[in-house]
Write a protein that binds this ligand. Structure first.
Ligand code: MG
Length: 286
């Protein structure tokens, strides 16, 4: 399946709407993580829109795919995507981090809202994914896939590599790890804090099928994931090259906005920049 240019542009425009919601949520809360939410949100939207078997009208559907946001601090991206596809009311997004809100700074399990598991303690999501993938095997649910989104800074955690070993040991070809390879973590560049490279070779050595993709290329993502379903006996990791703070000039490639909300002026500039991109994409569609 390859999408036409106008279909791709439509998805990109919708994903920019999601980015505006992410910024509004964090601006209103004056707290949160814009950088790592903006890097993964388009890819995340695509997973929900075109790839995973998910039905917002049947949140407890037993054969649904499972998504785990292991990099739980990107919760605004997850909430905004879940709102776009119909799990969360859009107005509720803007209660982020407020007392009594179901949408806290890190995801709290709430199946009705499409949140499968509580996350935020980094390094836990892949182990949970291994458990879900093993359970699906025991239940003989051959069409059920488990997706885990990991931050690249999160790969510093030893528990990730324990989970990586067990996933290949148990031949979990129903487990797909997606790495947001934006190159930056809370304290700086990943290669300066705790070098990850050669990252693809590390995963291969752990027995995984490894695919490297441009995580902002809609058709590349769709086509590569389609191929994964034919891989037998191995889990797959998708190393997705992305940009921290993508689409906001002063947030891009910077660790400054890893965990810092924009002020009013920054927020307004950011929205204007995103609107400019949307307008250019709209011109291409018309
Ligand atoms: Mg990162």
């Amino acid at each position: 399946m390859t999408l036409s240019k106008s279909e791709v542009n439509k998805i990109l425009i919708e994903s920019l709407d999601i980015k505006k919601d992410i910024l509004k949520m964090i601006y209103k809360a004056q707290s949160g993580h814009p950088g790592g939410s903006l890097s993964c949100s388009t890819l995340l939207y695509l997973l929900y829109l075109k790839i995973m078997k998910i039905n917002p009208n049947k949140p407890n559907w037993k054969n649904r795919d499972i998504f785990i946001l292991s990099k739980g601090h990107a919760a605004p991206a997850l909430y905004a995507v879940l709102s776009k596809i119909g799990f969360i009311k859009r107005d509720d997004l803007f209660t982020l981090r407020q007392f009594g809100s179901k949408l806290q700074g890190h995801p709290i399990k709430n199946r009705d809202l499409g949140i499968e598991i509580s996350t935020g303690s980094l390094g836990m999501g892949l182990s949970i994914g291994v458990g879900c993938a093993l359970a699906a095997k025991l239940d003989k649910k051959k069409e059920k896939f488990i997706y885990v989104l990991l931050g690249d800074g999160e790969l510093n955690e030893g528990s990730i590599w324990e989970a990586a070993m067990s996933a290949s040991h148990y031949k979990l070809d129903n487990l797909i790890a997606v790495i947001d390879r934006n190159g930056i973590q809370i304290d700086g560049f990943t290669e300066e804090i705790m070098g990850l490279e050669p990252l693809a070779e590390k995963w291969k050595a752990f027995g995984w099928n490894v695919i490297e993709i441009d995580g902002s290329n809609i058709n590349e993502i769709i086509n590569e994931i389609k191929e994964i379903k034919n891989v037998i006996g191995k889990p797959t990791v998708l190393i997705s090259y992305l940009i921290k703070g993508a689409d906001v000039s002063f947030m891009q490639h910077s660790r400054k906005y890893h965990g810092r909300a924009p002020n009013k002026e920054e927020y307004e500039i950011a929205l204007k920049e995103i609107d400019n991109v949307v307008n250019k994409l709209r011109e291409k569609i018309n």
